[in-house]
Each structure stands twice: as C-alpha cells, then as structure tokens.
Design a protein around this ligand. Structure first.
Ligand code: MV4
Length: 446
C-alpha cells in the first residue's frame, strides 16, 4: 500500500480524496496555486506545496511542478481527481516513468477512450451496443454525405477528439450535411487540433445513463449500477441520481452484465464510467470516462462502497474488495451540484461566503470545499459543493432533499440552491419523467 499520496486537485474532490487516504492510514500532500493558499484542501492535508500562479495551466496542470512536488515530499502515488490531469495519458506515463503511481487506469486505456472513434470501435468489439453510425472516421465530405444518407436523417456529426458536446453538429436533412461537416471540422480543429469526424444517427430525446465500473487490471471487473445524469444544461450536469427512475432490475442487470464483460475483456484497472444514451428501451454507448466522476457519491450512497478507497487499493495492486454478488443497491440517492452561480443565468458568482450553514441529519452528505469566511476565487470551476441525499425510496429521498434545501444557507454569493428548490417541487421531476432536453426546456419556459 502507498504511504503518501499527492492529490493533484482542489476543492471538494481534493477533500473527498484526503478522507479516503486518512481512513487507509495514508498521509496526504495538497498542491495549490497562489490563489488557493486559504483553501480548505490545503488546511486539511498533512503537507502542501504551492505549484504556481492562479491560472490552472500554470499550476494544477503544470506537470513539471507537480512532479517536483512529488519528489520534494516523497509521495509514492498521485490521485488526479476529476478534470485537470485526470484523463491525461501523458501525465500517467510521466509519473510511472518517475516511479510514482498514477491512481487510475493505464495510459493506454486513457488514450483509447480519449479518442471517441477509438473508444466506440473498442466498445463495439467488446460487445457493447453503440449508436448506429459511420464505421470510424469520415474520410471526406463525399464520404460524409454517403454515410449520412445510409444512416438516415437526422444525423449528428461528432469530433473524434470531442466529448462534453464540443464540435457536435446536427444535420436534419441532406440540405444540412455539408454545413454540419464543415462547421464541425472547423470547430474540432480550432478546439482540439484534430479535425477527425464521425457520424451517428441523432437520438432526439434520450436519457443519459452511465454505468459505474471497477476493474482490477487483471481481467476482474464488477459494476455498481447506474446513474441517471439527464438533468444538465449546456453539457453541465446539475442533478444526478441512482438508480435511474427509467430502469427496472432486468434492464439494469442486462446493461451491467454487458459492461462488466467488456471491462473484463479490456483488462480495465480502476474506476470507470461507461456512458449511454437510453431511448425506447435501448442502450447506445457514447463514451467512456476513465476517471472518478463528480457524481460518484450517489453510487456510494446506494452501494455503501467507498470508490476512492477502491481506486487506491487497485492502484497499489490489491484485488477488488467485492465480487458482483456482494453488490446490492439500497434505496435511492440524489445529488445536487451547488455552484457559485446565478440560479437562472448560470453566470459565475465568486466572492466571500459571509454565512454558511450546511444541512445534516440521516441520509445527508455534503461534499464541499468551502467554509464561512472563505473567498471563492474567480479562476476555477464554480462547483463549491454537492448535496447528496439518500433515502429508502425515491419519494423519501425527495422529501429529505426538500428539507435539506430549506436548511442549506450560503450567504454572500449566489448559488444554484434556489433552482433545486424549484426542481424538487416539479411534477415531472417527482415522476422521474425527464430526458436530456428537459432542463433547457424548463429554463426556457419557466
Ligand atoms: C448524442 C446525442 C444524440 N444522438 N449522440 C453530448 C455530449 C457527448 N458526450 C455526447 N452527446 C450527445 N450525443 C447521438 N447520436 C445527444 C448528445 C447530447 C447529450 C448527451 C448526454 C447528456 C447530455 C446531452 C446534451 C445534449 C446532447
């Protein structure tokens, strides 16, 4: 087992990872920018190293500085959290070359899943159902037109280097395909320096359902059920829940089984998430995330399993703590992302938290990196915390969530809490009847 872990992240996720380290008896090193000297993750770590100025490119993404911090402190492993360097294959490789373990999958698996065309080919080869579409990259505009005609309109043009919705264009008919290809290609080149495109049948109103997996890197893998992350705005999830209100036990077992077999075939190591669009009772693979995700706590609440603890054990070469038959899903968990933003416009709202009172009680978890008197810097993601509520049924969880939102006080800045107070009282949300389009429609009309 590792003796000292450097956490290459900030905010609530850095705290989350430190808690797992502490329970394993592992000492912790925080890194921080000059803007984060007063951040909670620095206060809670055993040691801390300043790695650069406020801009993430020069601090939290600064590989030479992070390597130096490992060397200075004698850290034997790095946990990257989410975002920043978490899906950077080169970072994983460089660490290993310097004798520091990367707490995550192999650089090879990060790299394969980072290329959405490679990821889709790999998924298909491993028996995962994919969205009907081009067989690999579109060669040129002629090829694109032919493929779109064969798939049948509407189609979606996607960037191989994309993800998170960037470089995507819908073509509703043959009239729109040339424009979609040209625009997507230009956007992909500008954003990623890679203009490779692929085409898929466009699904109109799917749900976003993702399956959590753990692999031991030796052909062993288990799944921990799914999360429904359909409630999002501009590809930013705001509400996630487990289990999905749209699935029954048979559907869950079927997709879980497919994903586990694929991860066993891949020899996947660590925590991963296989993302699907779900429409008319069918699952279609879109992407795989090779990191711990923001919304991992809802899975922890319904399974009772500490995913970060498992990640650390796996990276140190230990076997999985659980077999598939040990995994049972208990009740329902919902996560609300508390962002320092205007709850209507989503404009960032950094500044001083003049008063802070988080909710508590049975089935309540608040993962946050802030405290009363803390000044939220303007340089980073606006996520300041997550409210995760667990109950025996979805109805109980919703009642508890409403109570927690009433109890939660964050003064001095704007937050998304008032939006969640609306959602928890909405009939569609109460019924679990929502697709990936629901929130944007709601915001446009409410
Ligand atoms: C799609 C789709 C509809 N049809 N693919 C958006 C981000 C990227 N990860 C995949 N995305 C989508 N792919 C086909 N063939 C709709 C989306 C999509 C979406 C997916 C998941 C969650 C939210 C979304 C919001 C808009 C579009």
């Amino acid at each position: 087992m590792f003796s000292k872990i450097l956490i290459a992240n900030r905010g609530e996720i850095a705290l989350r990872i430190m808690r797992a380290c502490k329970e394993l008896g592992i000492s912790t090193v925080a890194i921080h920018s000059t803007a984060d000297s007063d951040a909670m993750h620095v206060k809670l770590a055993d040691e801390s190293v300043c790695v650069g100025p406020p801009a993430a490119a020069e601090s939290y993404l600064n590989i030479p500085q992070i390597l130096a911090a490992c060397e200075i402190t004698g850290a034997d492993a790095v946990h990257p959290g989410y975002g920043f360097l978490s899906e950077n294959a080169r970072f994983a490789e460089i660490l290993q070359a310097h004798g520091v373990a990367f707490i995550g999958p192999t650089a090879e698996h990060i790299s394969v899943m980072g290329d959405k065309i490679e990821a889709k080919k790999t998924a298909e080869r491993l028996g995962i159902p994919v969205v009907p579409g081009s067989d690999g990259a579109v060669l040129n505009d002629n090829d694109g037109r032919r493929i779109a005609r064969e798939i049948g309109y509407p189609v979606l043009v996607k960037a191989a280097a994309g993800g998170g919705g960037r470089g995507m264009k819908v073509a509703r008919s043959a009239d729109e395909i040339d424009d979609a290809l040209a625009t997507a290609r230009a956007e992909a080149l500008a954003a990623f320096g890679n203009d490779a495109l692929y085409i898929e049948k466009y699904l109109g109103e799917p749900r976003h359902i993702e399956v959590q997996v753990l692999g031991d890197g030796k052909g062993g893998a288990i799944h921990l059920g799914e999360r429904d992350c359909s409630l999002q705005r501009r590809h930013q999830k705001i509400w996630e829940e487990a289990p999905s209100p749209a699935l029954n036990a048979q559907q869950r077992a079927r997709i879980g089984d497919v994903v586990v077999k694929a991860m066993q075939g891949l020899g996947y190591a660590g925590a991963g998430t296989v993302e699907f669009l779900y429409e008319n009772g069918e699952f279609y693979f879109i992407e795989m995330n090779t990191r711990l995700q923001v919304e991992h706590p809802v899975t922890e609440m319904v399974t009772g399993i500490d995913l970060v603890n498992e990640q650390i054990r796996i990276a140190s070469g230990s076997p999985l703590t659980f077999a598939q038959e040990d995994i049972t899903l208990e009740g329902c968990a919902i996560e609300c992302r508390i962002n320092a933003e205007n709850p209507r416009t989503f404009m960032p709202s950094p500044g001083k938290i003049s008063y802070y009172h988080p909710p508590g009680g049975l089935g309540v978890r608040v993962d946050s990196g802030v405290y009363q008197g803390y000044v939220i810097p303007p340089y980073y993601d606006s996520l300041i915390g997550k409210l995760i509520v667990h109950g025996r049924s979805r109805v109980e969880t919703m009642m508890r969530l409403r109570r927690c939102l009433d109890e939660f006080v964050v003064d001095g800045i704007q937050t998304t809490i008032p939006l969640f107070r609306e959602l928890v009282d909405n009939q569609d949300i109460a019924n679990g009847m929502y697709s990936i389009r629901w929130l944007e429609d709601f915001l446009a009309t409410a």
